[in-house]
Design a protein around this ligand. Sequence first.
Ligand code: LER
Ligand code: MN
Length: 268
Amino acid sequence: MKLSIVLSTHAAQFEAVAFKGDFAENVARIAGYGYQGVELAIRDPKLVNPTELQAVVRAHNLQVPAIGTGQAWGEERLSFTSDNPDVRRTAIERIKSHIPLAAEFGAVVILGLIRGISPQGQSHQQSMEYLVAALQECSAAAAPHGVKYALEPLNRYETDLIHTVQDGLDLIDRVGADNFGLLLDTFHMNIEEPSIEQSIRACGDRIFHFHVADSNRWHPGAGHLDFKSMLDALAATGYRGWVSGEFMPVPDANTGAQRAIEYLQSLG
Ligand code: LER
Ligand code: MN
C-alpha cells in the first residue's frame, strides 16, 4: 500500500486539509513519518512554481500522486455547473490549466467541489448537462498528455451532484472517456453507500485515486470504519494506486498524520 497525505500549497479554508503551514517544513515532516507521497491541494497552478515544488518533493524522495482542485470552488466559487457561462468557462480553463503540472508529476487531477452545486432555479438535469460537457472537454484536452481526471462522489451535505459510486459510474458512461474515473473517499462512502466494499468492487478499474478518513473524518483508527475490510476490497479490484489521508487535524495535524500511518501499516 502506497500512502500519501493531503498538503495544501497555500493556506486553505477546507477543514480536512491537515497541513496548512510552511510547505517545505511540512513535506519534510510527512516524509519523516514514513509517507511515500504528498497529494497537493492547488487552487490555481499559476500560484505555484513547479520547479520549486519538484525540488522540495524530490529532496525528500516523495511522489505526488494527485492534485486536488477543490479550493478553486472553496476560495473563488468556480464551478462547472454555475448558471453564469463565464464562471463555467473559467472553471473549465482552470481545470485544463492543471494538465502540464499533473503531467510533470505523473499525478491524477481530482475533481471534487469544482463540479459546484446547482444554483437556485436551475434543474438537476441542466446541471448534469453542463457537468458532462465540461468533463468531456477537460478529458479530451488531458488525454494526449497522459493525464487522468478523478471525480469524487461527495456526500449530500456538500453538493446535490454525484453522491454515490453508482452516480459516478453512470457519469462515466455519459462522459465516455478512458481517462475519466473516480476518486473514492471513505468518509463520503460511509455516509452514502449501502455497502462500502460492494461499491469499491463495482467501481473496479475505474478507481483512479482513494482518500481515507474515519467515520468522524478524523485519522483512520479514530472512528468506527473497518479499514481492513475496505482496503482488502480495494486490493481485490487490482488497485495499485495510492491511499491518501485526508482528515481533520485532530488532535493536531502532526499527531493525526503519525497515528494514521501507524494504524494503516498495522493492518498488514
Ligand atoms: C475533497 O477530497 C473532499 O473529500 C471534499 O469533502 C471536499 O469538499
Ligand atoms: Mn476526499
